[in-house]
Design a protein around this ligand. Sequence first.
Ligand code: MN
Length: 224
Amino acid sequence: MWDEEKSSLWMLPGYMDGITRAGGLPIILPLTDDAEEIIQLATICDGFLLTGGHDVSPGIYHEEPLPVCGSICEARDRMESILLRKVLEIDKPVLGICRGIQFLNAVLGGSLYQDLPYQHPSDVIHHQAPPYSVPAHTVELIQETPLAKLLQKESLAVNSYHHQGIKELAPALRAMARAEDGLIEAVWLPEVRFVWAVQWHPEFYPAGDWASDLIFKAFVCAAE
Ligand code: MN
């Protein structure tokens, strides 16, 4: 995350802890728009976690920002666009979380709801109040997808802290979970090593949350 006010890069420890617990070694990448540096980073690292954060620039999915769109970080969008395209090209594992699922969908040609209450109103609580370590709604796990196979369940209670979401799914992506209002909450990209993304926040759960641990583990194992 880039904090404009403090001119600083920061990271919620839950992302790092999730990777560490799963046996990986996490590092934060620098915010740069030097394509050569980014391609070097793509080559050096074994897997890439696209974390939560600012809204995705609507320009990426060819829309004008609506007044309900939140703040964006163009520098991060530029960097992650170059990085993600390179990572997909060289087929390295990717796990997207929250903004990560939205960014992946937008870069692969899908589109986003810029604000769920405004463009996709429903009774499902997608923007819960703290604490974020408790479930806010359930998702149906679509059977025969890798996530359902991993978790061995038909549904999962998840936390929810997002105001944007997938509108049109990118042609290459497949849905792995849906909320009761139909919103896609998990996706994967077939025919590659491992490209998964979830709309909820495994990093907010404490150590020992079985579903979050399994998701981080699947990602780190794919990156080994
Ligand atoms: Mn949700």
